[in-house]
Design a protein around this ligand. Structure first.
Ligand code: HEM
Length: 483
């Protein structure tokens, strides 16, 4: 006779059959209830999800429309599922999926951008901002090109300590070729373009790095991200650990940083054209701080809250990276009562954040007063940097560099110039188009013209003298093909 009664055996048998069934029913109910709780949105297709719903350009506008039409009240736009996300393009980490390797590389970027290194970078930025003003003075009609050039030369100095004087600089040429490849990524699949892009990315990674390495050996390297990383990774026997990572990180700074910084400086010019009163107000604040006949510098920043107000408003008014970069959930998430399964691609709509009327009334208006009364910056309003530079673990690691570059450029331009609408042949001011041109990642102002009028001969004299005094070891002469 067994130890169990017949009744107990029957119960055990029933349990053995029923338990999995109950388990699967519960799981199915849970799955169904989760499916009911997916955020609403375009239906999509099996496997490819919403791939065909993705607009090629201006996707932030489409997402904002969906947010309205699907009636989602939270910041999360719509149910949006396309599984493959950052798929990895060469060494460019912004195209990689998050993992331990990215974590380490981002850490290295932060090691080279910190409170000890920033003062050195700020000197570079200052020199480049002054250089831009001098070049605009010489050929104002080329200001769009000169802004483009200046964002490249600033990053060259920060990444490699390399000062660019001519328009035919070898490293700038390499970096521009590489950026062209990122912008035209789809065309890179053509065999010839692929080879050219492969070569230019390789050169960009290796050549400037090798130059700095030699300078470090000779102890004559200027301060730069590359120099710092080489020094921090130098083994006692003189070999360099993580060499390929250092090369790739610094090359990437150019790919990731130049376009967005350029777009923002151009947005600043547009904002000044459209708002002459704000320009005048900003100049009055600057003049009060530098009444002793000098130009503003970084040390004046705490006294120039209005310039920071302008900077914040530029980041909000025209978000140049309107959908940052796509993220992908590694785990199931609950958000505002919605269920969002692991693997979902989440496209942040930063443009929509900037247009939230409950936070930023009349969002189309350019209004630095949202953020400052001219004396202090308000702390009880959403910070545009929290959406302009992306999110979470992938937030832009170059934001401190861009922030300082933008500030010193804006304050320098406002000190030297009155930025005015150009006058057309009919004698009327030419109105600039304030709508940005959308592209894959960064939106730019459409080409426009305007006048840069020096505020006085004395402002020019002070500009030239200041240029000579900042980083005086650099070449101070205008070389023939400089402008
Ligand atoms: C105004 C200028 C800039 C803007 C608006 C900007 C914005 C952004 C945004 C929106 C992202 C995506 C963040 C996300 O995935 O959520 C990003 C990523 C990145 N940015 Fe910037 N950026 C700027 C300048 C720079 C500069 C100067 C550097 C380098 C020195 C830089 C380096 C990077 C890198 C390496 C990434 C990829 C990070 C990753 O995928 O983990 N950026 N940036």
């Amino acid at each position: 006779m067994g130890l169990l009664s017949n009744e107990t055996r029957l119960t055990a048998l029933l349990c053995a059959f029923l338990a999995p069934a109950v388990y699967f029913l519960l799981r199915r109910r849970e799955a169904l209830s989760k499916r009911d709780r997916l955020p609403p949105g375009p239906k999509g297709y099996p496997i490819i999800g919403n791939y065909y719903d993705l607009p090629a350009e201006g996707s932030h506008l489409q997402y904002s429309e969906w947010k309205k039409s699907y009636g989602v009240s939270s910041g999360f736009p719509v149910n949006f599922r396309v599984y493959p996300t950052r798929c990895g393009l060469g060494w460019a980490i912004f195209t990689w999926k998050y993992d331990g390797e990215i974590h380490n590389r981002r850490k290295m970027v932060f090691q080279s951008i910190n409170k000890d290194t920033m003062p050195h970078y700020e000197q570079h930025m200052h020199k480049e901002a002054l250089d831009l003003a001098r070049r605009i003075l010489a050929t104002p009609e080329r200001f769009l090109f000169l802004i483009d050039r200046m964002t490249g030369t600033t990053i060259m100095r920060i990444a490699y300590g390399h000062a660019v004087y001519t328009e035919h600089d070898q490293w700038i040429g390499l970096a521009n070729n590489m950026n062209h490849c990122f912008r035209e990524a789809s065309k890179v699949l053509e065999a010839r373009a692929f080879k050219a892009c492969y070569d230019s990315m390789n050169d960009m990674v290796n050549l400037p790095y090798n130059m700095v390495k030699k300078q470090v050996e000779r102890q004559e390297a200027a301060p730069s991200m590359t120099r710092w990383l080489i020094e921090q990774n130098m083994n006692p026997d003189g070999s360099i650990a993580n060499e390929h990572k250092i090369k790739e990180i610094t090359a990437e700074s150019f790919a990731a940083g130049a376009d967005a910084t350029e777009a923002m400086i151009k947005v600043f010019v547009l904002a000044m054209l459209a708002n002459p009163d704000i320009q005048k107000k900003a100049q009055a604040y600057i003049d009060a701080v530098v009444a002793d006949g000098r130009m503003p510098t970084f040390s004046d920043r705490p006294q120039l809250a209005y310039i920071d107000g302008i900077l914040k408003e530029i980041m909000r008014w025209k978000v140049v990276a309107p959908i940052a970069l796509p993220h992908q959930l590694t785990n199931d998430e609950e958000y505002n009562g919605y269920f969002i399964p692991a693997g979902t691609m989440v496209v942040p709509n930063s443009y929509e954040c900037a247009r939230d009327e409950s936070i930023f009334p009349e969002p189309e208006e350019f209004r630095p007063e949202r953020f400052t009364d001219g004396v202090k910056l308000f702390t009880d309003i959403v910070e545009p940097r929290d959406f302009a530079f992306g999110y979470g673990r992938r937030v832009c690691p170059g934001r401190q560099i861009s922030d300082s570059t933008l500030w010193i450029t804006i304050v320098t331009m406002l000190y030297v110039f009155d930025i005015r609408k150009a006058i057309g042949p009919d004698g009327q001011p030419i109105e600039p188009d304030l709508v940005l041109e959308n592209s894959a990642a960064v939106s730019f102002p459409k080409p426009f013209i305007c006048d840069f009028i020096p505020r006085s001969p004395q402002h020019i004299e002070i500009l030239n003298a200041t240029y000579e005094s900042v980083l005086p070891s650099a070449t101070t002469k205008l070389v023939p093909n400089m402008v």
